[in-house]
Write a protein that binds this ligand. Structure first.
Ligand code: FES
Ligand SMILES: [Fe+2]
Length: 400
């Protein structure tokens, strides 16, 4: 059985990129960061969502999302990727209050604005949802509830998972010369088929599942908080439902909640000196959560959590974001930033191995091949992603 891949133009052409921005990134809930990045008053992060500059800031103890553009003459209110600074425009010093309301205009009389004029001079706000520590923003003019996009299982999982994450986080971002979908497709491919080839010495050894059976952690025990959620345990993927196909194998309209999924597989586990210092959640398992459209969370042996996001900058440019956490440290254990950085550094080595491939594939896609390849049965999650993507962009089967 061959599943179709996406048309090559969707990875290389500005037309497709513009459609994606408008119909996908501006219409769905998009991850913008983690609460760990905003621990105190006036901490902020800035991101782009569908090409719109977004600012998330803690004000009055609440997290709020604004358009990062001053209503006066459109200067960004915050210019760093993250930091701690009041809601004050750096250009002419207009300041804003808790809900983005215009609070003060220095030398205000010269502008000669009436109270009525000032009504339209508040910061534009966007809906923000914190699912545990995961922060999502929706920039749509008519946002749908987050439960439209993510299943109850997914929302429960992110909430419960957040209880196991350290409050310390290591975060970084960089730019790659490839389309963001290559990165997401690489993550959701059924069995991690590329791992033994691309990550021969880095990731592949830890994917071996030898050793004695590991009992489920209390998180996944049948009576545990996540005991009843639907997850696919690899390599049993072959018995899992096929997203986007009816019982007769015919394509059907895809529900967006079907294109995010949760997978788990056994891996080798060797306790390390730091293991006993952490409240590990799932030893002996590798656990991955693919969050449509562009996020992956992976947890290795319940000790390390790696969150990554692939944000489009241009058809052939991706801004890669990554966050590294450990499991929560046991009572009285002091933070171990060197361990966190070491883990993040190792993950970066693995990601770099993937990036080499993505950049090469991007070059081939730019040569305008007839198609972008053939997908097998074990790549059906990838095919389902492609089909929802086309459905969402309102592109027909003929890819006109
Ligand atoms: S642009 Fe912000 S105060 Fe002028
Ligand atoms: Fe990889």
């Amino acid at each position: 059985m061959i599943y179709p891949s996406l048309p090559p133009a969707s990875y290389t052409e500005t037309l497709w990129f513009d459609l994606e921005r408008e119909r996908l990134f501006r219409e769905h809930w998009i991850l913008v960061g983690m609460t760990q990045q905003l621990p105190s008053e006036n901490c902020y992060i800035t991101r782009e969502v569908g090409g719109i500059p977004v600012l998330v800031q803690k004000i009055g103890g609440q997290l709020r999302a604004f358009k990062n553009a001053c209503p006066h003459r459109l200067c960004p209110i915050q210019t760093g990727a993250f930091g701690n600074r009041k809601l004050l425009c750096p250009y002419h010093g207009w300041s804003f209050g808790q809900e983005g309301r215009l609070r003060g205009i220095p030398l205000g009389t010269g502008y000669n604005f009436s109270e009525e004029d000032k009504v339209c001079m508040d910061l534009q706000t966007y809906p923000l949802e914190a699912v545990g520590d995961f922060l999502f923003v929706n920039v749509s003019a008519t946002p749908k509830p987050i439960s439209w996009q993510f299943s109850d299982d997914m929302l429960l999982l992110l909430t419960e998972l957040s209880r196991f994450l350290s409050r310390e986080v290591s975060y970084t971002s960089w730019t790659g010369k490839y389309n963001w979908k290559l990165n997401y497709e690489n993550i959701i491919e059924g069995e991690g088929q590329h791992v033994p080839f691309v990550h021969q010495t880095t990731l592949a050894p830890s994917f071996k599942s030898e050793g004695s059976p590991v009992p489920p952690s209390h998180l996944f025990r049948p009576d545990g908080p996540l005991g009843k959620i639907h997850l696919t345990e690899m390599p049993d993927w072959a018995h899992s439902p096929i997203p986007g196909l009816d019982d007769n194998g015919k394509p059907k309209k895809i529900d967006v909640r079907e294109v995010s999924d949760i997978k788990r597989r056994r891996i080798a586990y060797t306790p390390r000196w730091h293991s006993e210092r952490m409240e590990s959640c799932d030893r002996g398992w590798y656990f991955a959560c693919h969050i449509f459209p562009n996020v992956n969370v992976s947890i290795t042996s319940g000790e390390w959590c790696f969150l990554e996001q692939f944000s489009p900058l241009a058809p052939d440019r991706t801004e890669y974001h990554s966050w590294a956490f450990s499991a929560r440290l046991k009572e009285g254990v002091r933070p171990m930033p060197h361990l966190l950085w070491g883990f993040h550094h190792n993950e970066k080595r693995v990601v770099d191995e993937d990036v080499v491939v993505f950049e090469e594939v991007q070059k081939v896609l730019a040569s305008r091949p007839d198609n972008a390849g053939y997908l097998g049965e074990n790549e059906r999650t990838l095919a389902a992603f492609g089909r929802y993507y086309l459905q969402c962009l309102k592109k027909g089967e003929d890819y006109a």
